[in-house]
Design a protein around this ligand. Structure first.
Ligand SMILES: [Zn+2]
Ligand SMILES: [Zn+2]
Length: 286
């Protein structure tokens, strides 16, 4: 059957693809290959099992809190087996290095009304160069993300001021800022800063730590299969290909790898494209 004919037939069908067995097998193989690619990104699969999907549909997508039982188990799995994607342990060489921190934070929304109000009153950010990169430890980098997220949601000038007074160091540079280690930049890229810092004795510009990770630095909870593979649409496609492996796990992941999840997104995108070719109707919330 020609591809054109397949597509025509699929478009005219309402529900499940009406295609001949050979074509069906071809598509199944394509889906299986993508699924294998996803699995091959895992270095190990030693995480915290969450049971079958049917038992815990919510838990398989819910964020994991540090104090929950799953969160605690996750940390010990991480300490024992390392990051499930690269196999490295938190704090090990290359697992999580110095974060090249944009000051002011790149993700701080300076176009918001509240921000502009704050700025016209206090004139804090206008005098800063945009941007410089400062070395930050992993913990402070995480904290900065949450501070910025809070600020980007502030509803009033008062709320913004309150958060700024409490956590301004995360926005304008911390007390341990060393001008020799500041690297000017005009872009989102940060690799040149890391290259400059090789061999240098660095301190986190916020907390002054000499190490990039601390005893408190936790593994990030990562879902296996990844969330992108856990939408009703993708699940239907996987079932079509005979993949019924619906066992869910929460995996320990180092900070560096957790920043590189784009691969899963592109794989899931490929799956959805196949679904479209097969004529699977888009489910809501996919
Ligand atoms: Zn890793
Ligand atoms: Zn720090």
């Amino acid at each position: 059957m020609l591809r054109k004919e397949v597509l025509a037939k699929l478009r005219s069908s309402k529900q499940e693809p009406m295609i001949d067995e050979d074509t069906k097998e071809e598509y199944k193989k394509k889906i299986l290959d993508i699924y294998k690619d996803m699995k091959s990104m895992a270095y190990h699969t030693k995480g915290v099992p969450l049971g079958k999907l049917s038992d815990s549909p919510k838990l398989s997508l819910r964020p994991v809190t540090a104090t929950s039982l799953v969160g605690k188990k996750l940390q010990s799995a991480g300490q024992k087996h390392g990051c499930w994607t690269c196999g490295k342990k938190m704090g090990a060489d290359g697992a999580a290095g110095w974060v090249a921190d944009h000051i002011p934070p790149y993700s701080l929304n300076m176009k918001r009304k509240v921000f502009k109000e704050f700025e016209s009153k206090h004139n804090v950010f206008s005098s800063l160069p945009k941007w410089k990169l400062l070395p930050s430890c992993v913990d402070c980098c995480r904290k900065q993300s949450s501070v910025v997220a809070k600020l980007n949601k502030t509803k009033s000038l008062e709320d913004f001021e309150k958060e700024y007074n409490k956590n301004g160091d995360y926005l304008t540079g911390g007390p341990h800022y060393n001008p020799n280690h500041a690297v000017p930049t005009s872009s989102k890229r940060t690799d040149h800063a890391r290259a400059k810092w090789i061999g240098e004795t660095l301190h986190c510009h916020i907390c002054g730590s000499k190490s990039t990770t601390s005893a408190n630095t936790r593994y990030t909870a990562d879902h296996l299969p990844p969330r992108e593979f856990n939408t009703p649409y993708v699940i239907r496609l996987l079932l079509f290909a005979g993949i019924a492996d619906r066992e869910f796990k929460i995996m320990p992941q180092c900070v560096k790898c957790s920043g590189k999840q784009a691969n899963f997104k592109s794989l899931a995108k490929k799956l959805r494209a196949i679904g479209a070719e097969l004529g699977f109707k888009t489910a809501k919330g996919m």
